[in-house]
Design a protein around this ligand. Structure first.
Ligand code: ADP
Ligand code: MG
Length: 796
């Protein structure tokens, strides 16, 4: 429909253009007509001027001859003519005006309207043409009348000319009369003679009268000549005027013919134009009709389309209405759904929360249970483990019988070792014994086994010799990460390998670094749920003075104080703590500690053997899900050499050092003993070392005592002491020891010196034996004790 509309519009524009062209043509023809009429008017004007001249001439003649009625009538006619001409002009002006009106373009867009308008205009124009035709007829009539009048005028003119001729005749007659009179007068001479006689009487009078009549005659003759001339002129004039009139008449007839021709032409042109117009209108009408038909067809097509679309529209409307209804209901529905969903979610959240709470409660209960179990296990197994490590024979041990190996191992039991001392084999049972060939990794694994509080011990027992290093160390580290305090001591005489076990070498690092490494990896593994902070402090205790190895002023003596928060915890104000996040950090810390330690003494080896070196690792954890906070401490202690200097008769500072070492190691033994025998009072305060490590030794803390021994023959005495110390520490837990017995059973360092010898020798007096106090409740240990007993019996 749109396309056809556009097409129609174009067609309409084209038609309008055509119409405009036709109108232009019409205007051109009209202008032609106008020019024609103007030309005619000009001619009429000239004729008029000529007529005027004629009239003037006539009036002049009339003034000479006197005016006639015909002339008056002619004048009237001329005036009439003038008026008619003016009317014609007015008519022409109206015609032009009407045409101009016709030229105004049609603004209506519908063809029917256009057609009707065109038709109306056409009829109007026809009417106007009719009017003009009528006016033309009138004008013709007038022209006819005028010609009639002119004829009349001419007739009158002829009459007047006749009259004039008569007048002339009359005048000539008079002239002839006068001449005859003169001739008659001449033919009478006798009379004149007589008269002369008489005249001679009266001659004067006659002569005068004759003269007078002769002059009068002359004058009259002149007058007649003049009149004749005038007449001739007038005749000539009349002739010329007659000619002119004839000419005018011919012109008039010519003009009339021309006018008629022009009129005919005009009529023809008008007819042609009308025909053209009609034709154009018809064409436009037919075209419009065709277009209308096409539009109607289109309309019909659209209508059929509409009819086919109607059902679809109906369904769409239906859908739309239903959708609208749904949309209207949607917010309510949504709100309801949201409300229910919210309620459901809330309920679910509540449920989840409850479940979580329940789980958390269970988890806490489990934790507590685990802790309780752990504690129970610790109580059963003892949270203090004692390992022995025998270093290999080295070239520093010298050669010959002094450097001979005095230590042997049990092939079946990795907890037993035999020492040949003064020709006698003394057997010791510890929790585990590492032979010289044991690698650092294995030691680490065993250290770890201690951390597992028996669980991995079992593993070690079932799979002896299998290096379970990382898996087992991980458990120890886990123990620390879980919030337990761990103490690992290296005990033994100088040169027995304490530092080697704890620190190790750069190529083969010891427990310190390995433990920390695994601590890091463990922490990384738990990073999803836990936030951990690991910090390190390094200190040394020399002559009962605590020094910060990482501090700016290592000489400064630090004090151990009770936390002011009333928790009963101890802390060391001013002890430097470095946060570490990688092995590199630890190495830097170690290096720094070493440098500090080295600058403080002249001989590092000697100094280090006379002081306790402590590496305190604090692991602080936060369980993000439960908010549970844990703090675990890993104390790695490289103890001072346990060798007995008293015997060598040392003096001064050497003696003081020895006394301090002796005191602190005894105190450590006392504390461990008190702890394992579960005494009410544990003498932590007896030394700086035990006091400092109080919270890491008590409660559910785990302690590992690594007793280092030298296998060399020359060191057997010290080795014996160390092993005795170890066995005593270990054996304490094995039996319910009374409070009284405690003190009697626990020897001091000096006592260890005095009661030197195989434990079998002094069994009756002081040294307690694990084997004699085997707890029946721990089957594993009792069976192990039984095997020891059996071995001891065989060894004598
Ligand atoms: P301590 O610290 O007890 O005085 P060290 O750790 O300094 O003894 O050991 C003394 C020497 O023995 C060192 O040269 C050390 O490398 C070596 N040593 C100790 N234990 C072992 C071992 N298990 N394997 C190899 N060498 C060892
Ligand atoms: Mg050392």
């Amino acid at each position: 429909v749109m396309a056809s509309m556009a097409h129609l519009q174009e067609e309409k524009l084209r038609l309008q253009e055509e119409l405009l062209g036709l109108q232009e043509k019409l205007a051109a023809q009209e202008s032609d007509e106008l020019s024609h009429s103007l030309h005619l008017q000009g001619q009429v004007e000239t004729l008029k001027a000529k007529l005027l001249e004629q009239a003037q001439e006539i009036s002049r003649l009339r003034s000479e001859l006197g005016g006639t009625d015909a002339e008056k009538h002619r004048d009237l006619l001329a005036a009439e003519n003038e008026r008619l001409r003016r009317e014609m002009k007015a008519c022409e002006g109206e015609l032009r005006e009407l045409r101009r009106q016709q030229q105004t373009p049609c603004q209506d867009c519908t063809h029917l309207q256009e057609n009707t308008e065109l038709r109306e205009r056409l009829s109007q124009l026809q009417r106007e043409a009719e009017e003009t035709r009528a006016k033309l007829a009138e004008l013709d009539l007038e022209v006819q009348q005028k010609t009639n009048r002119l004829a009349e005028v001419e007739l009158r003119l002829k009459d007047s000319l006749a009259e004039r001729a008569e007048e002339e005749e009359r005048l000539s007659r008079r002239l002839r009369d006068s001449q005859e009179t003169i001739a008659s007068l001449k033919s009478q001479p006798q009379q004149i003679k007589y008269i002369i006689k008489t005249v001679e009487v009266e001659s004067a009078k006659a002569k005068q009268a004759l003269c007078e009549s002769q002059s009068r005659n002359q004058y009259l003759q002149e007058q007649v000549g003049m009149q004749r001339q005038v007449l001739k002129e007038m005749e000539q004039q009349l002739q010329s005027s007659q000619k002119t009139v004839a000419q005018l008449r011919a012109q008039i007839t010519m003009y009339e013919a021309e006018l008629e021709r022009a009129h005919g032409q005009m009529l023809e042109e008008m007819q042609a134009m009308e025909e053209e117009k009609n034709h154009a209108i018809e064409e436009a009408f037919s075209r419009a009709q065709v277009e209308m038909k096409a539009v109607h067809e289109n309309l019909a097509g659209v209508r059929t389309n509409l009819l086919t679309l109607q059902p679809a529209l109906r369904t769409l409307t239906h859908d739309y209405n239903s959708l609208k209804r749904q949309v209207r209901n949607f917010p309510l529905l949504l709100q309801e759904t949201l409300r229910s969903a919210r309620a459901e979610i809330g309920q679910a959240i509540e449920e989840v929360h409850n479940t979580n709470q329940e789980l958390l409660r269970k988890y806490r209960r489990e934790l507590q249970l685990r802790k309780k179990c752990h504690n129970e296990l610790v109580r059963l197994k003892g949270n203090i483990r004692v390992f022995g490590r025998v270093r290999p024979i080295m070239k520093e041990d010298g050669e010959g019988p002094e450097a001979a190996n005095a230590v042997t191992f049990d092939a079946e039991d990795d907890a037993v070792l035999h020492l040949l001392h003064k020709g006698k084999q003394v057997s010791f049972e510890l929790d585990k014994v590492f032979p010289p060939q044991a690698s650092q990794e294995e030691v680490g694994a065993a250290v770890h086994a201690a951390g597992m509080s028996g669980g991995c011990n079992h593993l070690l027992l079932t799979l002896p010799g299998t290096p379970q290093v990382f898996q087992e160390v991980q458990a120890l580290v886990t123990s620390c990460i879980d919030g337990y305090n761990v103490c690992i001591f290296a005990y033994g005489q100088t040169g027995a390998g304490k530092t080697y076990t704890m620190e190790g070498t750069a190529a083969n690092p010891g427990i310190n670094q390995r433990a920390l490494q695994l601590l890091f990896s463990e922490v990384r593994g738990k990073a999803a749920d836990w936030d951990y902070a690991i910090s390190v402090s390094a200190a040394e205790i020399y002559n009962e003075a605590l020094r910060d190895l990482l501090g700016k002023e290592p000489q400064e003596k630090l004090e151990i104080k009770l936390c002011p928060d009333g928790s009963g915890q101890l802390y060391v104000p001013g002890l430097t703590e470095f946060r570490v996040q990688s092995v590199e950090d630890i190495n830097k810390v170690f290096e720094f500690g070493h440098i500090n330690r080295a600058t403080e003494c002249t001989n590092l080896n000697e100094h280090s053997s006379r002081s306790h070196a402590l590496l305190i690792v604090t692991v602080r954890g936060l369980d993000r899900s439960t908010g549970l906070r844990t703090t675990g401490k890993l104390n790695l202690v490289d103890l001072a050499g346990s060798e007995r200097v008293g015997r060598s008769g040392a003096e001064g500072s050497r003696l003081r050092e020895a006394q301090h070492i002796n005191k602190s190691l005894s105190a450590l033994g006392d504390v461990i003993y008190a702890l394992r025998s579960r005494q009410g009072h544990v003498p932590f305060r007896n030394s700086k070392l035990t006091y400092l490590l109080q919270d890491s030794l008590s409660g559910d803390s785990k302690t590992l005592m690594m007793v280092q021994v030298s296998p060399a023959e020359k060191n057997t005495s010290e080795t014996l002491c160390s092993l005795k110390f170890a066995e005593r520490v270990r054996s304490v837990e094995l039996g319910p020891v009374s409070r009284k017995a405690e003190l009697a059973f626990w020897p001091s360092q000096e006592q260890l010196e005095v009661t030197e010898g195989p434990p079998g020798d002094s069994a009756g007096t002081a040294a307690p034996s694990g084997r004699s106090h085997t707890s029946p409740s721990t089957g594993q240990l009792s069976s192990r004790a039984a095997s020891i007993r059996r071995k001891l019996q065989t060894s004598g």
